[in-house]
Design a protein around this ligand. Structure first.
Ligand code: GLN
Length: 485
């Protein structure tokens, strides 16, 4: 039995039947990390001792006859922008290279209470700004399907670790596509929940009105199970929604007869990789066979999503990142003559090029004289983008598109061209601007690399996304394909 290949629900079955222990599971994943991490480079830190200690606790509970939840004893990975008490949390930035949080993010608390075992912290584009992990302040992560290709980003380490069998599942964060695009590139399932469903407390902020935490998993059932644990109201996050959390696995019925799926025509653009278009069209045909009613629709303001995102996200980032001043925590330039030059040198040396670009873009968009023309205008167009979705959802249960216009690209291919890099999130950004949920699931291959299909849903209707995603998954075997490392 190859334990690192299991899903969380498969691992759980073995644990409760006492056919395997949590320590064995963790050890199998740690062995896998030893075997492939030199090629994948998904981790900023590996927490072996903590993981084995936690696994022993879970094993003791099982031995004592206690009932355990579906994630207990199962190894997982956190994106390194989620605070872990006593464990370095870097955001893959030199400015936080030595930051050890004194508290846990709410998702970390919830996972710990569910018995989850954290085996490490995953690499990302610095402060989650990027689409390839090439912007990490430390090193780039590689795609397990082809180590010459990027894993996507910004949650590239989280996606690659699951695809490589270095974790059974992981958490990432998604501000404009950072869960769905790497999920698509690495052939795993990635969910960006509705804004406000999962607490952002302890998630190091990039753009606070867009950021959401969500799971990377090997299948849809695991995604639903992770959401069962991490979703829900949190008084520590003022934007957390006071809503009930259903048991998301109840939606995995396999039945989608009569369900209405809209295909936004703006999401099938010239220049899309032909293999991506073919895989997505194949998936649409499969969903029709399963009884879904599919029709074209329009989201007319789609073309403004990129400019609107690149005003709002940098504006919020420039304000959120003002706190890294070398005074309270993180990197500090030690030899400055006075406080102003200390700030200047700390920030010049601590931040990478993309983060500086965003701070400048955002500061400009918010500055007096430009605020109305750029930032305020962007907020108004954001409302039009959301209205497009509201109208579409009057008629459709879910909307469907490719997750990204291409499969994983090569290192360096877009690194010197920010606009080209920004375009790789063209199909995912609108979902964040509208605050709705989106899921990427594997739907085929193009030139040997995985293709992702995106389903977009009504706010707080993750259940329907899971239902459609699961029905498709059951009718295909793409989710069972594993990278051959
Ligand atoms: N790639 C987009 C950006 O660079 C989205 C990143 C994200 O979702 N965190 O901003």
């Amino acid at each position: 039995m190859t334990l690192h290949k299991l899903t969380a629900h498969e691992a759980h079955e073995l644990l409760i039947k006492k056919e395997v222990s949590s320590v064995e599971l963790i050890q199998a994943v740690l062995d896998r990390i030893d075997a492939v991490e030199g090629r994948v480079k998904a981790f900023v830190s590996i927490t072996r001792d903590e993981a084995l200690a936690k696994a022993k606790e879970v094993d003791a509970r099982i031995k004592a006859g206690e009932a355990i939840g579906p994630l207990a004893g199962v190894p997982m990975v956190l994106k390194d922008n989620m605070c872990t008490k006593g464990i370095k949390t870097t955001c893959s930035s030199k400015i936080l290279h030595n930051f050890v949080p004194p508290y846990n993010a709410t998702v970390v608390e919830k996972l710990a209470a569910a018995g989850a075992v954290v085996v490490g912290k995953a690499n990302l584009d610095e402060f989650a700004m990027g689409s390839s992990t090439e912007n990490s302040g430390f090193f780039a992560t590689r795609n397990p399907w082809n180590t010459e290709a990027v894993p996507g980003g910004s949650s590239g380490g989280s996606a690659a670790s699951v695809a490589a069998g270095e974790a059974i599942y992981s958490l990432g964060s998604d501000t404009g596509g950072s869960i769905r695009q790497p999920a698509s590139f690495c052939g795993v399932v990635g969910l960006k929940p509705t804004y406000g469903y999962v607490s952002r407390y302890g998630l190091i902020a990039f753009a606070s009105s867009l950021d959401q935490i969500g799971p990377f998993t090997k299948d849809v059932r695991d995604s639903a199970q992770v959401m069962n644990v991490i979703a829900g109201h949190d008084p520590k996050d003022s934007t957390s929604a006071p809503v009930e959390v259903p048991d998301f696995t109840k939606f995995l019925t396999g039945d989608i007869k009569g369900l209405k799926i809209g295909i936004p025509k703006e999401y099938f653009v010239d220049g899309m990789e032909p293999g991506v278009e073919a895989a997505v069209k194949g998936a649409i045909a499969k969903l029709q066979e399963l009884g879904a009613v599919v029709e074209e629709c329009s989201l007319p303001h789609t073309e403004y999503a990129l400019p609107v995102y690149y005003l709002i996200a940098p504006a919020e980032a420039s304000s959120n990142l003002a706190r890294y001043d070398g005074v309270r925590y993180g990197y500090r330039h030690e030899e400055a003559e006075d406080i102003i030059s200390m700030y200047k040198k700390t920030r010049s040396e601590g931040f990478g090029a993309e983060v500086k670009r965003r701070i400048m873009l955002g500061t400009y968009a918010l500055s007096s004289g430009y605020y109305d023309a750029y930032y305020l205008k962007a907020l108004k167009v954001r409302t039009l983008i959301k209205d497009d979705f509201d109208k579409a959802f009057e008629k459709f249960d879910v909307l469907l598109s490719p997750t990204a216009p291409s499969t994983a690209f090569r290192f360096g291919e877009k690194a010197d061209n920010p606009i080209q890099m920004y375009l790789s999130d063209i199909f995912t950004m609108s979902v964040n601007l509208a605050g709705i949920p989106g899921i990427s699931i594997p739907c085929g291959f193009s030139n040997g690399m995985p293709v992702g299909l995106q389903l977009m849903g009504k706010a707080f209707d993750e259940g329907t996304l899971f239902r459609v995603a699961h029905a498709f998954e059951q009718s295909s075997d793409y989710h069972q394909a594993r990278a051959n490392l």
